[in-house]
Ligand binder design. Structure first.
Ligand SMILES: [Zn+2]
Length: 239
């Protein structure tokens, strides 16, 4: 019986209508008629289209790529920095390619965290080097730009910022502002994001997945500082 079923399938149209009981029990291979290729209607099966998987590339950064953010006298040579080109999930619910510059010793940390964020579809507004804003931190923040390396002093201090070492990153700075102890932010467009916890796209709250993802690679969140809060800021080892 199993043979009959097989034969009726492989014979196709030629034996259509023949009932199993009238099939001739001859092995298909011995009948030349069976060697005739059976016409097959090819209907392309639409492949499920989904976003591409996360990808990241780490490359050396040339002096030309940092015309404003790096200068002689910075605490880290540009030769010790790396350009990380990676996929991020946008506020428009689509994948995008962004660029970050970080110290070469922390590229694995950054790739590990951003792969998690992408897989969780955690949204980021945009990600360009701060040089797109002539290394002006205020303008980059006002544009809600996520960026890392910038050879500058810490806010309100004469010491180098962790950003000057390529060991800090600011994420969605409009939704996650730098807030003074009295509750102020320098950015008008960030006023409604000064409280925590709050709901909102790209907002970082205490205990969030993004905070945990950074903590797992040893990066601390500025939202846990006492007094002044820097909700956009993560840095290797804190500070
Ligand atoms: Zn920062």
């Amino acid at each position: 019986m199993a043979f009959v079923v097989l034969a009726s399938v492989s014979c196709g149209a030629q034996e259509q209508g023949a009932s199993p009981t009238t099939s001739v029990p001859v092995p298909p291979a011995s009948d030349p008629a069976h060697e005739t290729p059976r016409p097959v209607a090819v209907t392309p099966t639409p492949k499920p289209t989904g976003p591409p998987p996360f990808s990241a590339k780490v490359s050396r950064v040339t002096r030309d790529r940092l015309p404003y953010s790096w200068k002689a006298g910075c605490p880290v040579s540009y030769r010790d920095l790396r350009l990380v080109t990676l996929t991020y999930w946008g506020f428009d619910d689509k994948p995008h390619t962004g660029e970050l510059v970080v110290r070469k010793t922390v590229t694995d940390d950054i790739v590990t965290v951003f792969e998690k964020l992408y897989d969780q579809r955690w949204p980021i507004r945009q990600m360009k080097l701060v040089d797109a804003y002539k290394a002006d931190d205020y303008d980059s923040i006002d544009a809600d730009n996520t960026s890392a390396f910038n050879c500058r002093r810490a806010t309100g201090s004469s010491s180098w910022s962790k950003h000057a070492y390529g060991e800090a990153i600011d994420i969605n700075p409009r939704e996650n502002p730098y807030v003074t102890a009295s509750g102020d932010t320098a950015h008008q467009n960030a006023r409604k994001f000064t409280e925590r916890p709050i709901k909102g796209k790209g907002v970082i709250n205490p205990g969030d997945k993004v905070v945990k993802a950074f903590a797992r690679v040893g990066w601390e969140w500025g939202g846990y500082w006492s007094g002044t809060k820097d909700y956009q800021h993560f840095s290797k080892g804190g500070g």
